[in-house]
Design a binder for this molecule. Structure first.
Ligand SMILES: [Fe+2]
Ligand SMILES: [Fe+2]
Length: 334
């Protein structure tokens, strides 16, 4: 879809030096305001590039770290059908990571740099994946709530101002809606099952509800980058707007299958036309971001091990590429 070969100069330096940055900035802002896509070789402000690299690489890391909690249940899925579905879902997440790393690479940052930042703890990923998956119902809750929240975050990103990111999101969103439905279907089945199965579903909802609300990020007043990101159309809706949408969509889904959202303050507000909900424990959110999540260390150990175990594949691919280039050169010389 787009090139990953950006070994040359960053796009910004390719512009003729005679042009003033103020003019470039004005032209850039006008294009963004007109809903035009910004492409890799276009001039862009450094802060825009940095924000995108941070956001897209965090997103990519979240996709691949997100494979771990559910991957944990592949060998223990309750039927062959469930196993096949879960396997496909986890593979999709790996694919999402790849599209997103490619999109971030178009901004002039290498895959190696991004992976190093993840493994050294400098780069963040979604805090939700630092919670453990304790039962099969957690696989249902993740699909329903975590992928459900991801969809709400990602649908507006199909119109984000950076072209490669927006295009990656189109395919990602199609797959996320399958993920959400498979998760909800697991919860529906458990909730209509034996009392023990229903308890398992309720327990999963109890543990995943609040971390899912945290997935939309800090409240708007504590999110200083939000306004700029909205102005540059990197983001198109604020954290609190998206969180409210999620609550409004998800509460009736829980009711429909007889599960209770674990929030005593939750109630429909007729005047607002939205659900009111209780306060989020932002201290827990910050602790998980600091790497104090229940299984944060295990997650990073698993990622680092996967990267090290894959070293021979990267070495082999590189050796093969060198051999092929030499062969092409020899053929051209004939
Ligand atoms: Fe995904
Ligand atoms: Fe997903």
């Amino acid at each position: 879809m787009y090139t990953t070969d950006l070994s040359g100069k960053p796009a910004g330096q390719a512009e003729p030096p005679s042009e003033e940055p103020a003019e470039l900035l004005a032209r850039f802002e006008a294009r963004v305001a007109a809903d035009e896509f910004i492409e890799p070789k276009d001039w862009m402000p450094e802060a825009y590039r940095k924000t995108l690299v941070r956001q897209i690489s965090q997103h990519a890391h979240s996709e691949v770290v997100g494979m771990l909690p559910e991957g944990n249940w592949i060998t223990r899925a309750p039927s062959l059908k469930r196993k096949a579905v879960l396997l496909a879902k986890v593979q999709d997440e790996g694919g999402h990571g790849l599209y997103l790393y490619c999109a971030a690479e178009t901004l002039g940052t290498s895959r190696q740099e991004m992976i190093d930042a993840l493994h050294s703890g400098r780069a963040k990923y979604s805090t939700i994946f630092n919670y453990p998956t304790l039962s099969w119902a957690d696989v249902g809750a993740i699909g329903w709530l975590v992928d459900g929240a991801a969809i709400l975050n990602q649908v507006p990103l199909q119109r984000t101002s950076y072209g490669p990111y927006a295009r990656a999101m189109v395919r990602v969103c199609k797959e996320e809606s399958f993920h959400q439905r498979q998760g909800y279907e697991i919860m529906m089945t458990l909730a209509a099952g034996t009392p023990a199965q229903k308890r398992m579903a309720q327990d999963a909802l109890d543990r995943w509800w609040w971390p899912s609300l945290m997935m939309f990020g800090p409240p708007d007043e504590a999110s200083p980058n939000s306004a700029q990101s909205i102005r540059w159309r990197i983001k198109r809706e604020t954290n609190d707007e998206l969180r409210q949408k999620f609550v409004d969509i998800t509460v009736p889904q829980a009711e429909a299958i007889g599960l209770q959202v674990p929030d005593p303050a939750l109630c429909w507000n007729e005047a607002r036309g939205h659900y009111d909900f209780g306060a989020i424990d932002w201290e827990e959110f910050r602790a998980v971001i600091r790497g104090e999540g229940p299984v944060a260390k295990e997650r990073m150990a698993a990622r680092t091990k996967a990267w090290e175990d894959g070293a021979w594949v990267r070495a082999a691919a590189e050796a093969h590429a060198v051999k092929q280039a030499a062969r092409r050169q020899a053929e051209a010389a004939e």
